[in-house]
Design a protein around this ligand. Structure first.
Ligand code: SF4
Length: 255
């Protein structure tokens, strides 16, 4: 497959291009957000040490890993991914196996009626596009082109695409999952009403490219361990002096 050109920038949805070229509404507040984002990233990194969260180096592995992770817990999708790899040995065998067997193999990760056909459809499409089940061809593409290709795969959204780009292709992008979004909103880097379709571009405009990996992996840890959705452990949080959410609830002045 000829990669460069086929998924060129003119294939990127018009709305995405518009967002990426929009000027920030207030440049001085944007600058202060960036300064705070740096401080927060360094603090988070010193606490959590940038864990990889089990994410994969191979882009196909990472793509399937993220599909399996949807709406379930880390121990269960870790276990299911390991079993799937061990039982099938190759992604070609996953394409060829009956759907019912694949559903059984991944049942512990939940939603197997949706995930199994999606996994098969993704692998078939990649094989058709590249002549093999490999995403190595994406290394030659620019970020916009990679996003356009990955989000054109069945059931693949922007978060999954950015995870593959960051963890497996070494791109300086910032995937925003539910934990990262919550932490970023509470710290004041995202407007609380920012729709999910805009959170990636908005947060990337605040977190510098070289810090995006650290911000993502450590904010994810923070969201899982301390900044919980229902009852954040603010009393034990090392970001309390930087937190807009806590400021709004108490008299603590954020830095
Ligand atoms: S102070 Fe509370 S709300 Fe703010 S980041 Fe920490 S845990 Fe989350």
């Amino acid at each position: 497959m000829k990669t460069r050109g086929k998924y060129s920038s003119q294939r990127v949805p018009r709305s995405s291009r518009h967002r990426e070229t929009q000027s920030p509404p207030n440049q001085s507040s944007q600058r202060s957000h960036r300064q705070r984002a740096k401080r927060v990233t360094f603090r988070l990194e010193s606490i959590y040490g940038s864990p990889r969260h089990g994410n994969k180096y191979d882009p196909i592995d990472e793509l399937i890993f993220i599909i399996l992770s949807q709406m379930t817990t880390q121990p269960s999708f870790d276990r299911v991914f390991t079993r799937l790899k061990k039982e099938t040995q190759s992604w070609d065998r996953v394409i060829k196996m009956p759907l019912s067997i694949l559903k059984e193999l991944i049942a512990d990760a939940g939603l197997s009626n949706q995930k199994a056909p999606r996994i098969k459809a993704i692998l078939e499409r990649i094989k058709k596009d590249f002549g093999e089940i490999s995403l190595a061809g994406l290394h030659n593409l620019r970020n916009k082109e990679v996003v356009a290709y990955l989000t054109s795969l069945p059931g693949v959204g922007i978060k999954t695409a950015k995870c593959v780009m960051m963890y497996s292709l070494g791109r300086q992008v910032l995937p925003v999952d539910t934990h990262v979004e919550r932490v970023a909103k509470r710290l004041g880097f995202l407007n609380t009403h920012t729709p999910i379709s805009q959170v990636h571009s908005e947060l990337e405009s605040v977190v510098p490219p070289t810090l995006r990996y650290a911000f993502h992996v450590n904010a994810l840890s923070h969201g899982r361990q301390v900044c919980l959705a229902a009852r954040p452990k603010c009393h034990a949080c090392q970001l309390r002096r930087m937190c807009q959410y806590l400021k709004a609830k108490t008299s603590i002045k954020p830095d």
